[in-house]
Write a protein that binds this ligand. Structure first.
Ligand SMILES: [Ca+2]
Ligand SMILES: [Ca+2]
Length: 281
């Protein structure tokens, strides 16, 4: 980058000297005629620089992972570094709104995590130090989630089983399932006794990814919880009820029991699934 800048400056200087030399031998009128061409040359040089800067950023930042609210930049040493997102895309779609753990509605998760980053780094743009610990609680604007009644709670495992199977079937139709999960989905379609169990096992394996340790943490529940809280007010009490021993993790056995499946219907198929997925790569 620095070399290119020097080259461009040298080229520009050389060109200026040549032009000045020519100008001294030419009448003023002809010099005026050349001006638009010079402006175009400058613009071309700027475009080249900008393109180069963008390509450099893509290259240097290709393998740099920055967390939520941060983005990769190239520092003066030409190295990749993470900084708070300069500005989030303007969001007008209300479906992008999120409710934070501080019960505040934000226009997007980008805005919330950008603010958290600004507060954590002591930026003047931080509006309140409480945002140090902000995160997305659920998707949608904040609302008073109604109490889940005993009757609703009693019916919820059945609704959840149905919902899981429907999601699995939709993903199979869209070819979004790995071969192993697709086989489980086909088995569930043919053998109704496997319908709910296979969907439950698939979702458990799907959630248990970070880390894959045969138990699902509160953090790992986020993809199932966050989109549903605003729509299904029983989801949170239901998930809480799954963790019977209250150790903040849901095991496959706890998950099966919670969905009212019998213990012998639930088998740990996650390892096989992952081995197969890795072999396929
Ligand atoms: Ca896990
Ligand atoms: Ca537990």
């Amino acid at each position: 980058m620095a070399i290119l800048l020097v080259c461009l400056m040298v080229t520009a200087d050389a060109s200026d000297v040549a032009k000045k030399g020519k100008k001294s031998r030419k009448v003023i009128k002809r010099t005026d005629e050349k001006e638009p061409v010079e402006q175009k040359d400058i613009q071309d040089a700027i475009d080249v620089l900008l393109d180069d800067e963008s390509a450099l950023k893509d290259n240097v930042c290709a393998k740099k992972h920055c967390g939520a609210g941060k983005e990769c930049r190239v520092n003066e040493q030409g190295e990749a570094e993470c900084g708070c997102i300069a500005s989030c895309p303007e969001e007008k779609d209300p479906r992008r709104m999120i409710c934070s753990n501080q019960n505040e509605t934000w226009t997007s998760d980008c805005e919330l995590y950008r603010m958290r980053c600004l507060c954590k780094t002591g930026s003047e743009e931080c509006t309140d130090s409480k945002y140090d610990h902000a995160h997305v609680d659920y998707f949608g604007s904040c609302k008073d989630v109604p109490q889940c009644t005993a009757d609703e709670m009693a019916d919820f495992p059945r609704r959840m089983r149905d919902w899981l199977f429907n999601v699995m079937r939709d993903m199979a139709d869209r070819h979004d399932l790995s071969p192993h999960f697709l086989q489980m989905e086909r088995e569930a379609e043919k053998d109704l006794s496997r319908k709910w169990a296979n969907a439950a096992i698939w979702k458990f394996c799907d959630l248990d990814g970070h880390p894959h340790d045969r138990k699902v943490s509160r953090h790992e529940l986020f993809p199932i919880r966050a989109p549903l809280v605003a729509l299904e007010h029983c989801i949170q009490p239901f998930l809480d009820s799954c963790d019977v021993d209250n150790d903040h993790f849901i095991t496959l056995k706890e998950w099966g029991t919670c969905l009212e499946l019998s213990e012998d219907e639930i088998e740990d198929k996650c390892d096989g699934v992952r081995d197969e997925a890795e072999n396929a790569i």
